[in-house]
Write a protein that binds this ligand. Structure first.
Ligand code: NAD
Length: 489
């Protein structure tokens, strides 16, 4: 048995004991996870510093604080989320108990990416635990130090049989993918997303794919360009541009291009000083492979700001590219680095046409004071999320489903959406062995008269309060008695 097979077998065996199901156990595990983030902040931050040059404050702000919030929410709400959810009934089922019962799926495989390794790996785990599942956790091997810390810390705090960590690279992930899971939750690029889906299809395993792509940013010429550029610069250069929902490129009227460049430049100086290389809040490219890839993307474009770099340190300065052509290299793939191309575009309609020519993005940004423009953009495009006049912050709202559409992914999570995504929503209808006469309308021999009654009982749904339900029940009992007496017997 391979190490991966063993981990999955152990997780399944642990799941079959039933211990992940009681709400108290789920709560206990989530509290342990919460304790890990309070007690081990230092070792977590140190690894993040080594992997991405994230500062201790940056690690808390962009990674662990959100997780603490998600754990708190799950602790507060898990009982409510896991409880039966009564639903509307039709007249035929009025006297029955009809509800949705969320139940755990079984063993979930969580495959994380490297750019926000804690956020994208542990957030699905919180959902998996809250929903009563077992989960095999596969951190990205690309963030070398963080993967090691995750592997050593998680078993110290949470049930190591129910939630094992499997480290390794592509061969190990592929070996995991050969095993049978009840759900696969993958975060990473769209090309590998297809590999994941193909492997999942062999076992008919459902998947959540949290992918990426080019998230456009339209800046209207009548907006406050200074504020817009400040927010765009923050969204772009945080984590050195290695953010799945970073604004990938700017579309704007040619008349404001120079102003946009000047304002982004000013924000870069405000945030990261004149020398971002020595600024503790400016990150690094994850490795030399990605450094080379990003540098090559700049080749056929004009640099307006930045451009300096140091391969030995995986440093690329915050960079703006001007008058970028749609055919330029930087426009052929998700940048995932600190390059901000500006594509001059003559109108809102042209911008919409440009966006719709590409794949459906994970996020779409529009900067304008005009609601009509926001609505037009919303109505005539599609994307995982839409934000007006800001970047990234929709990620932090746990009452919004986070996920992509089309090439940017499928399924969603955060807050209750994580719970639902990793639960089976089981339909339950509990009937009594009484009032058999009412069922005659569906039993053969079928007649037009019975069909008429069936239409009346089935096509009318009811959503009354308790008192209304009781009153209607009384009326229906009388109707049913009359029907049975006069027509069906
Ligand atoms: P990555 O290289 O870390 O890969 C992610 C995982 O896939 C890793 O665990 C790795 O082991 C596995 N993997 C890689 N190649 C594989 C293969 N051939 N077969 C099986 N498994 C394989 O991460 P990445 O893909 O470079 O991550 C960056 C991408 O992720 C970007 O496109 C970004 O937009 C996207 N992303 C999306 C979200 C989101 O929430 N939607 C969040 C973060 C990153």
């Amino acid at each position: 048995m391979s190490r991966e097979q063993e981990a999955v077998a152990r997780a399944r065996k642990a799941f079959q004991t039933g211990r992940s199901k009681p709400i108290e156990y789920r709560i206990q595990q989530l509290k342990n996870l919460q304790r890990m983030f309070t007690e081990r902040q230092k070792v977590i931050s140190d690894a993040m510093k080594k992997d991405l040059n994230k500062s201790e404050v940056g690690t808390q702000l962009y990674e662990t604080m959100g997780l603490e919030g998600e754990i708190n929410l799950a602790l507060k709400k898990v009982k409510e989320w896991a409880a039966p959810r009564p639903v509307e009934k039709n007249l035929l089922t009025l006297s029955d108990t009809v509800y949705i019962q969320p139940e755990p799926l079984g063993v979930v495989l969580i495959i994380g990416a490297w750019n926000y390794p804690w956020a994208v790996t542990i957030q699905p785990l919180i959902g998996a635990i809250a929903a009563g599942n077992a989960a095999v956790v596969k951190p990205s091997e690309v963030c070398v130090h963080t993967a090691k810390v995750m592997e050593s810390l998680l078993p110290l705090y949470i049930d190591k049989e129910l939630y094992p960590v499997v480290t390794g690279g592509i061969p190990e992930t592929q070996e995991l993918l050969r095993q049978r899971f009840d759900h696969i939750f993958y975060t990473g690029n769209s090309a590998v997303g297809k590999v994941i889906m193909e492997a999942a299809a062999k076992h008919l395993t459902p998947v959540t794919l949290e992918l990426g792509g080019k998230s456009p940013c339209y800046i209207d010429k009548n907006c406050d360009i200074s504020i817009a550029c400040r927010r765009v610069a923050w969204g772009k250069y945080t984590n050195c541009g290695q953010t799945c929902i970073a604004p990938d490129y700017i579309l704007c009227d040619p008349s404001i291009q120079d102003r946009v460049i000047a304002e982004v430049k000013k924000s870069i100086q405000d945030f990261y000083t004149d020398n971002p290389k020595t600024c503790p809040d400016y990150g690094r490219i994850i490795n030399q492979r990605h450094f080379k890839r990003i540098m090559a993307l700049m080749e056929d474009s004009t640099i307006a700001v930045g451009g300096d770099n140091d391969e030995s340190d995986c440093y690329i300065a915050p960079t703006v590219l001007r008058d970028v052509k749609p055919e330029a290299k930087v426009m052929q793939e998700e940048i995932f680095g600190p390059l901000l191309p500006i594509i001059p575009i003559s109108s809102l309609d042209e911008a919409i046409k440009f966006i719709n020519k590409g794949e459906k993005p994970l996020a779409l940004y529009v900067f304008t004071p005009d609601d009509k423009i926001i609505n037009k953009m919303k109505n005539e495009t599609s994307s995982g999320g839409l934000l007006a006049n800001d970047c990234l912050v929709h990620y932090s709202v746990s009452s919004l489903p986070f996920g992509g559409v089309g090439n940017s992914g499928m399924g969603c999570y955060h807050g209750r959406f994580s719970f639902d995504q990793l639960s089976h929503l089981r339909s339950c209808l509990i009937k009594q062995l009484k009032m058999e006469g009412v069922n005659n309308m569906r039993y053969p021999p079928h007649t037009p008269k019975k069909l008429g009654w069936a239409r009346f009982f089935i096509l009318n749904s009811v959503d009354l309060g308790w008192a209304g339900r009781m009153a209607l029940l009384a009326v229906l009992a009388v109707v049913a008695a009359v029907v049975i007496q006069n027509y069906l017997l």
